[in-house]
Write a protein that binds this ligand. Structure first.
Ligand code: ADP
Ligand code: MG
Length: 237
């Protein structure tokens, strides 16, 4: 990053490599589908935040990401946009089943990001489900979980489906997202996460985002990422 402007210099990604999309400020300049652009416009998103500007050129080209940026910096769109585009480019349809899993440490955060996914992704035809513990009837969920394209879930509920739902199938998974990856470890999900990851296909894109780049996140990265792009966006002090 340019120390004066805290922005990626035009023409270069933060790692120094050139990209025609580096230095873009607006979502409209990104190589994304009209459906996604229309969703962003209707949600009144125009200018990218730093973490979005730094990560989207990489994530949209299919690379694994480990992104760290403080709370409120816009990490949700940094994974929602590449998820939508990955499935769109793969012409993912109702028959293709689970193409993406987004994990979040709490029901509340899962619910919030589900709303962002629904509103920005509303012009796409993907089916998405919120799988979280609590009052929701897990038996009813089991009936239709295999028909969903995008699962937004807490680790415990996902593992419950992996263990209990007949024919639960994520063998075609294209993208795995861990939101608040550091917190997923902090609150003791490590065992569950390892159990989940061991059941997922290895050929996939993995996007990890968290508020801090802790060592445990790097441990996690070693478990699941392939040659990841490490991106840290920090405020100037
Ligand atoms: P984080 O996950 O990093 O804590 P969020 O993704 O929840 O941050 O975003 C924080 C707030 O910023 C939300 O209200 C969101 O709508 C808003 N936001 C995110 N990206 C943009 C953007 N590019 N332009 C304007 N507002 C944005
Ligand atoms: Mg967030």
């Amino acid at each position: 990053f340019d120390p004066l402007t805290n922005k990626a210099p035009v023409g270069r990604l933060p790692d120094g490599s050139f990209s025609r999309y580096a230095g873009c400020d607006r979502f409209s300049q990104l190589p994304v589908s009209k459906k996604t652009k229309d969703g962003l416009t209707q949600c009144k998103y125009k200018t990218m935040t730093d973490i979005q500007r730094a990560s989207l050129p990489h994530s949209l080209s299919g690379r694994d990401i480990l992104g760290a940026a403080k709370t409120g910096s816009g990490k949700t769109l940094a994974f929602v946009i590449p998820v939508l585009e990955k499935l769109y480019k793969a012409r993912w349809g109702p028959e293709d089943g689970v193409g993406c899993i987004i994990m979040s440490p709490t029901r509340e955060l899962a619910g919030q990001l589900f709303e962002v996914l629904k509103s920005v992704g509303k012009h796409h035809g993907f089916s998405a489900g919120l799988l979280i513990g609590g009052r929701k009837d897990v038996d009813a969920e089991k009936e239709h979980v295999n028909a969903l394209n995008i699962l937004v879930c807490t680790p415990g509920r996902l593992l419950q489906h992996m263990d209990e739902t007949p024919n639960f199938d994520c063998s075609q998974l294209q993208v795995l997202v861990l939101d608040e990856a550091d917190r997923i470890l902090d609150v003791g999900f490590k065992k569950e996460l390892n159990a989940i990851i061991s059941q997922l296909p290895k050929h996939r894109q993995t996007l990890l985002f968290s508020a801090t780049q802790t060592k445990s996140v790097q441990d996690l990265a070693r478990l699941s990422l392939k040659d990841p792009e490490y991106l840290g966006v920090h405020e100037e002090s």
